[in-house]
Design a protein around this ligand. Structure first.
Ligand code: ZN
Length: 399
């Protein structure tokens, strides 16, 4: 079986090529895998997702590294016949994006080695960002920003990036950023005067092509420091998104973008204080309201229905009422979906609020309960709210 010649090894900017179909195999889900004698398509591997594109007009949805056999091109539609000569085209924006992230990772990883002797243990290109796991001792934002600074300087120095194919004996004489597990000839990626590491991915021709690198966030994960970073076009997209959010918040606060953290902290503090004041006022209002409702008491029982009152507010009112001696409060409230009840009595009043509540909630097709002196509940049968309260008041009268 012929081995696919990997054109992307020699030229990461080659996006159009001709090749001969070596093999065609049906795959599950009705797609077809095409094996070519040569390809510019990069297959998924080394933390870098596969290229996409077209093969003789057919959509190439994914490329899979089949080891010694070569690269499998998964296509939709009727695949070309064996031995046919086909024209392939790689999606350039996606390839450029992956090259920027991948080359950016080489640069950022070497920056951590240079500054903190901290090797990279893992790398993934995700949907909109990338992740690296670095063995960074005592991570801080300052340390990470120093590495980002160095990485960007290397990008802006626009250093050349060369591919060096060496034997494992030659490689043993060189200082590589990471060891390779591969036998035989090694493919090394050399960033002029900065980094030398074995890698089979697609890389920029010069560091300037990466554009810039920014670390979005970091956290400690399994003894390593996991960083989310973006390079190139992703960094620009991320900047636009972050800038838009910041400007929208700034407009809401009628302030400059730079002032929003301080202003927001201030607002949150004010909000906390307002909530405290509202609680004080609610207690006060409940006391005043209780004073008014006491005048409506019949044999010490206050029965009242409200509209759209929160359970919390009902409970506060019931508590304010029952601070007075000999009082039982049977309170209800409803909105368009549900009815709520709070039953409470003073310490010296009689009656089991829990039992009354269970009875009332049965009428409301709901549930509720509590203690002998305070119970809460509710249900969906709003029409029965008045009847449930009347019944509770009558049950109280029974000895
Ligand atoms: Zn690489």
């Amino acid at each position: 079986m012929a081995v696919t010649e990997r054109l992307y090894y020699a030229d990461s900017h080659l996006i159009e090529f001709e090749a001969r179909v070596v093999d065609v195999t049906d795959r599950v889900s009705g797609w077809t895998a095409v094996l070519l004698d040569r390809t510019a398509f990069y297959p998924t591997g080394g933390g870098q997702p596969s290229d996409t594109g077209t093969l003789e007009g057919l959509r190439v949805v994914e490329c899979i590294d089949d080891g010694d056999k070569g690269v499998l091109h998964v296509v939709q539609g009727v695949a070309p016949a064996r031995d046919a000569v086909v024209r392939g085209r790689v999606d350039w924006p996606r390839r450029l994006d992956h090259m920027q992230q991948h080359t950016g990772q080489h640069i950022l990883s070497q920056a951590f080695v240079t500054l903190f002797n901290a090797p990279t243990k893992g790398f993934r290109v995700l949907e909109s960002a990338c992740e690296i796991d670095v063995e960074l001792h005592e991570p801080t934002t300052e340390k990470i920003e120093r590495a980002v600074e160095l990485a960007n300087n290397v990008i802006w120095e626009d250093r050349a990036i060369a591919i060096r194919n060496v034997s494992s004996e030659e490689a043993a004489e060189l200082t590589l950023r990471k060891e390779s597990s591969r036998e035989g000839e090694l493919r090394l990626i050399e960033i002029d005067g900065f980094d030398l590491t074995p890698c089979g991915g697609t890389h920029a021709f010069r560091t300037g092509e990466v554009g810039m690198i920014a670390v979005r966030s970091w956290e400690r994960a399994k003894g390593l420091t996991r960083m989310e970073f973006v390079a190139g076009t992703r960094a620009l997209a991320d900047y636009r998104k972050a800038n838009r959010s910041a400007r929208e918040v700034a407009a809401l606060l009628s302030s400059a973008r730079e002032d929003i953290p301080q202003l927001t902290a201030q607002l949150l503090e004010e909000n906390k204080e307002l909530h405290r004041q509202i609680r004080v006022l609610e207690e006060l209002a409940a006391e005043v309201e209780a004073g008014r409702l006491l005048a409506t008491a019949v044999d010490g029982v206050v029965t009242q229905v409200f509209e759209r009152r929160t359970p919390e507010s009902l409970k506060k009112l019931a508590q304010a009422l029952t601070t007075h001696p000999g009082i039982t409060a049977l309170l209800g409230s409803h909105d368009k979906d549900a009815a709520r009840l709070v039953f409470a009595r003073s310490a010296d009043a009689h009656g089991d609020m829990n039992a009354l509540m269970r009875e009332a909630c049965t009428m409301l097709d709901g549930r509720g309960g509590g203690r002998p002196d305070l119970a809460q509940g509710g249900g969906k049968n709003i029409e029965k709210l008045d009847a449930a309260l009347t019944q509770a008041a009558q049950s109280l009268k029974r000895p």
